[in-house]
Write a protein of this length. Structure first.
Length: 158
């Protein structure tokens, strides 16, 4: 026969273990959980893409320049963006991130975009779409290091 005391100890131990599992599960799903450094960096990357999109759409050249690494190669891109702002009264741009590839400091963001550029309210907007790669660099500060493929910038020159 089983000793009633050992059965009660077993039940108490089982209850204690169940309580530990439940409480640790609650801790795991807690909203106070620390976000990993990788996830925080991912969020900064997504925010940088959105900031670039928004600054281009709102024609804020200074905001775009703050997102760019100070590279000589950007002079042409900056000129294209300035010409777009000089040519079009309104720009509407939608950007979808399709893939993010992070390799140390270098970040490759594959984007799909579609936009409309309008010289004046009376004119029909010019529309276009494409795929490209926005190359970013950094861990804390995410800055644009290059663009590849079809880009929405420089619509005036096409």
């Amino acid at each position: 026969m089983h000793d009633p005391m050992s059965r009660s100890r077993l039940s108490l131990l089982s209850l204690f273990l169940l309580l530990v599992v439940v409480l640790s599960g609650c801790q795991f799903f807690s909203s106070d959980k620390k976000v990993s450094a990788d996830h925080e960096r991912f969020e900064r990357i997504v925010q940088a893409v959105e900031t670039l999109r928004s600054a281009y759409e709102q024609q804020k050249f200074d905001a775009i320049q703050k997102l760019m690494l100070p590279l000589q190669g950007f002079q042409e891109l900056e000129g294209q963006i300035r010409r777009d702002f000089d040519t079009y009264a309104t720009i509407s741009l939608n950007v979808t991130i399709e893939r993010i590839h992070i390799q140390k400091e270098r970040i490759m963001v594959n984007v799909r975009w579609e936009g409309a550029w309008q010289r004046s309210p009376e004119e029909t907007p010019v529309t276009d779409q494409g795929h490209g790669v926005w190359v970013w660099n950094g861990t804390k500060d995410i800055l644009l290091a290059g663009v590849e493929g079809a880009m929405p910038f420089g619509k005036t020159d096409r």
